[in-house]
Write a new protein. Sequence first.
Length: 245
Amino acid sequence: MPARATKKTEPAHRPAAHRRGSRPRTATAASKIYSDLRAELVSLQRRPGEVISEAEIALGYGVSRTPVREAILKLSDEGLLDIFPQSGIYVARIPVAALPEAIIIRKALEATTAQLAAERATFSQILVLHSILERQREANAAADRGAFHQSDEMFHATIAEVAGYPGIWTLIQQVKVHVDRYRLLTLPQQGRIARTIAEHEAILRAIEAHDPAAARIALEIHLESLLTHISATQSLNPEFFDERS
């Protein structure tokens, strides 16, 4: 099975936003390109099946192809890009078989952080969580799915911080790369964002009540819903998914 790769650049029809500022140094160019391209891939700015051009990325960043190739190989290792020798580099489709395991791992880790957050949350930390939740409501009212996703990530990351283990969120981010792409496809579904907000409210109520058991259960229920929507989301967006095991 071919390898995969990544990149971070605007396709030909998008202006190269990264051209702002000075040309990245050779030593840091690969990491910059990797970070930018990874964000584009995970956010579905670059859609599964889209062609990735090393030459285009190198031109956009004002670098040689060497740091671009390094970034692409790293993204390929993460399963975000497919490299086909003599054919080309393409944005990888979401591997259906990998989603359940990643969701289960995430659920186990985050259930623990929610439980610990309920035990340790201070008044000011609870206020921060409330403010993040309000941002989610505002994003929903504005139909801004990008802003909602960002505040959603912040909510979960903050719970890990309140728990005292921010490194757990770092680990979760590595595990959930394909889950994020899948989850973004669920957001346009009728009522999905409103349900997510309601589930977040239940988690926060439990944390605010300093009820570890309830916080754990609320978090598990919240992430369990991702498992139940895989088939429906795949049927609505078949071109985004890879059914190979």
